[in-house]
Design a protein around this ligand. Structure first.
Ligand code: UD1
Length: 341
């Protein structure tokens, strides 16, 4: 019988792509979301891509403990992937209490029930836990630096919550934290993708919105960094590649293949790409010119960070496959789809 995975925040950007990959790999998925940062566009897209009209969707807030308990009572959950969280770095600096309340309480509720049920937990973490690294690429052994934002702090704290729960339950709860680098792009069907509200904070949505004419000009934040072309370097990973990593991690958990009860994996490509290189690649692959200018550095940005993905490659048997060009094409196709073009 196929196993059931609960995807909290499953109607959002990453959650919807993960839901598709899980279903296509033969898992049953329960999607739960409070729709605080998305509408049903991606959930509808997931149903179209998978041809599954019957995917359970539960509208609920993971900060509501009773609702979380009811969810686990209503469905036999073998593993939970926890995405439900706020994710805007700048907003977290302005409204730390909102971030701490939401991101920590929701995960504590999940862990509380998971330890009662002996349910496996996959936590959606971030490369932000490495802060400004001393050396690149970063491995999972690289030190976690003090968080540069309340958002980053919640990622570090939730990793610790999971580690401690696994330890206390002596492995009854098994845990995996996946540290994402920079997820970009959209599903090749252009039926699901990122839906930023208001002015995008992240680079690729800003690029596609500029290209479509929603924004006048992209500001490249800083061209005096100690990098080959002076702009920041990141590890941009295709959203479908990133989603596939979750399938490999869930399989490892549910098939009893974990070597430790709590494991951490970097989910990146191992390939540094600068902001300028990304902009140039976007222009080339989509055959257009982007209006951009250089602007001062953005506070809190690290100059360069990319992953050493060896552990995930070897232990999960997963690796990122899509080129930056393919991914930037998918991002542009999604923007055009949104614009009805
Ligand atoms: C941020 C978060 C990361 C999170 C990721 C995806 C931190 C420090 N970073 O990563 O945790 O997982 O978002 O949500 O917590 N840029 C421009 N112009 C723009 C926008 C961005 O030049 O209009 C540049 C930035 O300076 C940076 C690069 O593009 O060098 C990537 O920025 P962004 O997409 O915001 O991601 P990160 O800051 O790397």
């Amino acid at each position: 019988m196929s196993k059931t995975v609960l995807v909290s925040g499953g109607a959002g950007f990453i959650g919807s792509h993960v839901t598709v990959e899980l279903i296509q790999a033969g898992y049953e998925v329960v999607v739960a979301d409070n729709f605080s940062n998305c509408d049903t566009t991606c959930f509808e897209g997931v149903k179209k891509i998978t041809g599954r009209e019957d995917i359970p969707l539960v509208r609920m807030d993971f900060c509501d403990e009773a609702a979380v308990r009811k969810l686990f009572a209503d469905y036999a959950i073998d593993a939970v992937i926890h995405f439900a969280a706020y994710k805007a770095v700048g907003e977290s600096v302005a409204e730390p209490v909102k971030y701490y309340k939401n991101n920590l309480q929701s995960f504590l509720n999940v862990l509380d029930v998971a330890q009662e049920k002996g349910c496996n937990v996959l936590f959606s973490s971030s490369a932000t836990v490495y802060g400004e690294p001393d050396t690149v690429p970063v491995t999972e052994q690289s030190p976690r630096k003090p968080a540069t934002s309340p958002y980053g702090n919640t990622k570090q704290m939730c990793e610790d919550f999971l580690r401690d729960t696994v330890l206390a339950t002596k492995g009854l709860v098994k845990g995996i934290a996946l540290r994402y680098f920079n997820p970009i792009g959209a599903h090749p069907s252009a039926l699901i993708g990122e839906l930023p509200r208001g002015v995008p904070n992240n680079l690729v949505p800003f690029i596609t919105q500029t290209a479509i004419g929603k924004r006048e000009c992209l500001s490249i934040f800083g061209n005096d960094y100690p990098t080959p072309d002076g702009t920041c370097q990141r590890d941009y990973i295709d959203i479908v590649d990133l989603a596939r990593a979750h399938v490999f991690a869930v399989r490892r958990m549910l098939d009893g293949k974990m070597e430790q009860d709590y494991e951490i994996f970097n989910v990146g490509t191992g390939r540094p790409v600068s902001v300028l290189e990304l902009v140039n690649a976007f222009e080339k692959v989509n055959g257009l010119k982007l209006n951009y200018k250089f602007a001062p550095r953005r506070a809190g940005d690290v100059s360069a960070i990319w992953a050493d993905p060896t552990l995930a490659n070897e232990k999960l048997g997963w690796r990122a496959e899509r080129s930056v060009e393919e991914t930037l094409k998918s991002a542009w196709d999604w923007e055009k789809h949104l614009a009805g073009k």
